[in-house]
Design a binder for this molecule. Structure first.
Ligand SMILES: *[C@@H]1O[C@H](CO)[C@@H](O)[C@H](O)[C@H]1NC(C)=O
Ligand SMILES: *[C@@H]1O[C@H](CO)[C@@H](O)[C@H](O)[C@H]1NC(C)=O
Ligand SMILES: *[C@@H]1O[C@H](CO)[C@@H](O)[C@H](O)[C@H]1NC(C)=O
Ligand SMILES: *[C@@H]1O[C@H](CO)[C@@H](O)[C@H](O)[C@H]1NC(C)=O
Length: 425
């Protein structure tokens, strides 16, 4: 309980108030306990645990790599996505990939193929899906996959079976010759699975599309200690040195895990959901946003989680916000080394012939943070076609911040983003 970090904090906060801020950041992680992982085969227990750790660490690596690409492409904009949704959609696609196309997808997803085999990766996702979809009365979480298949397209039995068993994917016969009807079928499915949060995953589908793979995530959790809406007031949020906006700022007085990271220059606060899952908020020091972004790694995340200690925070200020995003990921994924699926793809594991190519990967996400809790949804669509603390520290998250929602036991990052302007939906 050394007072020293808090004096530093106090100074930071004063500095923040007297001078306008450079880009700073905050990272929030919601952490979900998965109370019992599927361990039905006792003999394989040890092996499976190793696999689930490898899966989590690769997925986290992919999450931060994709974050860096999206942040670079969208400077000064909010960034919000579900890394888990993108990873799972691509792993699902990889079931049908062969040769260098397959290697590229798996390496692009940050798997080290000398350490983990393809089958272990798919089993890892299978177990993850089962763990995440286990019912809980304190938390709503659902994750799933589906495929929409051109009526005449003959899929290999093995692909259909693997999709069903490993990715719990149903196959819906679809007439892409009627693009409007096909689009409605897919978008309505995603809308229903995300409780209406993701309304139009695909803006258009060309008649050349023959297959669409979809992954969706829906998440809703309530804070254990809710913010009182009566205390929410309009307050300034410093978007940049020159720009300030008014946002609804929630406030809370509570004892909660806290950590001052001197090495990276940021403060972390963890808020708990009623399910005992939690959210981690990280506020970098002035001018440290870019340094922090560069150091976002699986190791940093682990170090933060191991360093949090309970502390009283009398004035925590957190903006209430709702952020929506919409990305076309084909160029970003190409830059991350996943190229062949868009050009000279070998997706012969899907139909037995090598004439399929991915024409688009789309991703949409929504995250709402309010007095009651957090609600988020995301979906990824892969379109396949034919070639052709001191006791008196006010801690105010009133400047650009980063967000990650991490599921505790499976260590999956289900949402990751940057809020530069909460007033911009
Ligand atoms: C993959 O794992 C092997 C063995 O653990 C290691 O030598 C190699 O450096 C790793 N490759 C990458 C790209 O991390
Ligand atoms: C911010 O203001 C400074 C001077 O006050 C100006 O030089 C700079 O161009 C402004 N930056 C932006 C992004 O408007
Ligand atoms: C949360 O943790 C507390 C204390 O460890 C426990 O009493 C409570 O039952 C837990 N709640 C849930 C939903 O797991
Ligand atoms: C990605 O999509 C955009 C817009 O449809 C297109 O211009 C671009 O060429 C695509 N990139 C790849 C690698 O297919």
């Amino acid at each position: 309980m050394s007072p020293e970090p808090f004096q530093m904090l106090d100074k930071d906060m004063r500095a923040e108030r007297t001078s306008f801020l450079l880009a700073l950041g905050l990272l929030m992680a919601g952490i979900r306990s998965v109370h019992c992982l599927p361990e039905n085969v006792v003999v394989k227990d040890q092996r499976r645990r190793v696999d689930s750790h490898t899966l989590a660490s690769s997925n986290t690596d992919f999450a931060f790599s994709l974050y860096k690409q999206l942040a670079l492409k969208n400077p000064n904009k909010n960034v919000m996505f579900s890394p888990l949704s993108v990873s799972m959609a691509l792993a699902f696609l990889s079931l049908g990939a062969r040769g260098p196309t397959l290697t590229e997808i798996l390496e692009g997803l940050k798997f080290n193929l000398t350490e983990i085999q393809e089958t272990q990766i798919h089993q890892g996702f299978q177990h993850l899906l089962q763990a995440l979809n286990r019912p809980s009365n304190q938390l709503q979480l659902s994750v799933g996959n589906a495929m929409f298949v051109q009526e005449e397209l003959k899929l290999l039995d093995k692909f259909i079976e693997d999709a069903r068993v490993l990715y719990s994917s149903e196959a819906f016969p679809t007439n892409f010759g009627d693009p409007e009807a096909a689009k409605s079928l897919i978008n309505d499915y995603v809308k229903k699975k995300t409780q209406g949060k993701i309304e139009e995953l695909f803006k258009d589908l060309s008649p050349r599309t023959v297959l669409v793979l979809v992954n969706y995530i829906y998440f809703k959790a309530q804070w254990k200690t809710r913010f009182d809406p009566k205390h929410t007031e309009q307050a300034e949020f410093h978007v940049s040195k020159n720009k300030t906006v008014e946002v609804p700022m929630m406030t809370l007085d509570l004892e909660t895990p806290y950590f001052r990271d001197k090495e990276l220059g940021c403060m972390l606060v963890e808020l708990t959901y009623s399910s005992n899952d939690s959210a981690l908020f990280i506020l970098p020091d002035e001018g440290k946003m870019q340094d922090l972004e560069a150091k976002l790694t699986p190791e940093t995340l682990t170090r933060w989680r191991n360093s949090l200690q309970p502390r009283r925070i009398h004035e925590l200020y957190l903006p209430k916000f709702s952020i929506k995003s919409n990305y076309e990921l084909n160029d970003t994924l190409s830059q991350m080394g996943i190229k062949k699926i868009f050009t000279d793809a070998d997706l012969s594991g899907i139909t037995g012939t090598a004439d399929l190519v991915v024409s688009q990967v789309v991703h949409k996400a929504v995250l709402d943070v309010g007095e009651e809790g957090t609600e988020g949804a995301a979906a990824t669509g892969v379109k396949v076609g034919i070639t052709s603390i001191n006791n008196h520290i006010p801690l105010s998250f009133n400047r650009p911040f980063l967000i990650a929602i991490v599921l505790k036991d499976t260590q999956s990052i289900i949402f990751l983003g940057k809020v530069t302007n909460p007033s911009q939906a």
